[in-house]
Design a protein around this ligand. Structure first.
Ligand SMILES: NC(=O)NCCC[C@H](N)C(=O)O
Length: 404
């Protein structure tokens, strides 16, 4: 039986997760475009797929249902309305011009659902279509993308977040990722499994990325504000979760606007109801603003109470109603911690309280987790990590057993 689509914490027993198996979109990365496409190198794709398959197997071995984003998308694209929607959004870029747009629309409408999924995810290069002798196709370089590839689909965490029974369709800040949420929105709107799901937020709204959203406890959500999620994004998100009565407290957590700390989950993740694994080099300075509902109203007019800033761990423990949020540090010394933070040592995926998936390479952090009583499910990530994301980034929990 399908587990209800629901998540009210980071650590409730994981039942269903959405992953994206790395595919041809990664074969588009070159040393000329990898920075723009947010990868730190050019991964060995076959090995990345092997590592990812082992990740999925480790989840299944713990009774987690694994859904694949591309399979859901292909099933969604069986429907004519969904196809039209996907094609129109993919071709809305101003770089195409009407001649090429019209040609590509016909080309994509003729594609099967599987082919269309491949075009929407791996993109289309100018020399891969015979667009006739239109001006735009003639002037563009033959290797230019008409539809950009989406190599960061691998990080399903960022393009949607379930908060209780609602799917949050996020709004991604980097142009290379903006189109990802058009796909998650389409899946949650049109796929038979998700039809009728109530949604909050959307790709057209202020930026909030899933990697910044931590469900600290039922009713308590932390949102990182830095390179990706914006102050206005966290305000919009807070309004929506309060209005829908999904949470009573949102903690806005400023983080350095740097690549190494692009999301809150690159420096802190939960491994138990009262334990986080955290980057010690920021742990003592990390602060939070506490946002609660002052006066109810409709979404735009409800009044918010904002207090702070206070040390993050204290503000979080108070909101969670626990005495202390215990911190387990990444690494043993500052340099080791910096190395393991960079390699996603903090980016663990909890499968249940005290059980977490982590990259095997972060041996010092993993040893500390085990000393603290956490079962560590180790996976390889030498190639997967080249996009700067770990097990949490690569997973979108769709169903967790409720903690409350
Ligand atoms: N939650 C995460 O931290 N996701 C990792 C995203 C990595 C991706 N290459 C990016 O720069 O957006």
């Amino acid at each position: 039986m399908t587990a209800p689509h629901y998540a009210d914490s980071e650590v409730g027993r994981l039942r269903t997760v959405m992953l994206h198996r790395p595919g041809d979109e990664l074969r588009r990365l070159t040393p000329r475009n990898n920075d723009r496409l947010l990868f730190d190198g050019v991964p060995w794709v076959d090995r990345a797929q092997e590592e990812h398959d082992a990740f999925a197997e480790a989840l299944r071995a713990k009774d987690v249902e694994v859904l694949y984003l591309t399979q859901l998308l292909t099933e969604t694209l069986d429907d004519e309305i969904a196809r039209n929607h996907a094609i129109t959004s993919a071709l809305s870029g101003l770089h195409l011009g009407d001649t090429l747009r019209t040609y590509l629309a016909g080309f994509l409408h003729d594609a099967s659902p599987e082919e269309l999924t491949a075009y929407l995810t791996a993109g289309i290069r100018n020399d891969e279509v015979r667009g006739g002798f239109g001006l735009v196709t003639s002037l563009l370089d033959r290797h230019d993308f008409l539809v950009d590839p989406l190599p960061n689909l691998l990080f399903t965490r960022d393009s949607s977040v379930w908060v209780r029974d609602r799917a949050t369709v996020t709004s991604l800040a980097m142009p290379a990722r903006a189109r990802e949420t058009q796909l998650t929105e389409l899946i949650y709107t049109e796929h038979p499994r998700f039809k009728g799901t109530r949604k909050i937020h959307g790709w057209h709204q202020e930026h909030v990325e899933g990697g910044d959203v931590l469900l600290l406890a039922p009713g308590v959500i932390a949102v990182g504000v830095g390179e990706r999620s914006t102050p206005a994004g966290v305000e919009r998100f807070a309004r929506q979760v309060f209005h829908a009565e999904l949470a009573h407290t949102v903690l806005a957590v400023p983080i350095a606007q740097e690549r190494a700390t692009m999301h809150l989950d690159t420096i802190c993740t939960l491994v138990d109801v009262d334990k986080v694994v955290m980057y010690p080099n920021v742990a003592d300075t990390l602060e939070a603003w506490t946002v609660t509902l002052d006066e109810a109203g409709d979404e735009a007019s409800l009044s918010l109470s904002v207090t702070g800033p206070r040390p993050f761990l204290e503000a979080a423990a108070d909101a969670m109603g626990i005495e202390r949020l215990i911190r387990i540090d990444t690494g043993l010394d500052p340099v080791e911690a910096e190395r393991e933070q960079w390699d996603d040592g903090n980016n663990t995926l909890a499968l249940a309280p005290r059980v977490a998936v982590a990259y095997e390479r972060n041996d010092q952090t993993n040893a500390r987790l085990e000393e603290a009583g956490i079962e560590v499910v180790r996976i390889a990530g030498s190639e997967l990590g080249s996009g700067r994301g770990g097990p949490r980034c690569m997973s979108c929990p769709i169903s967790r057993e409720p903690l409350a």
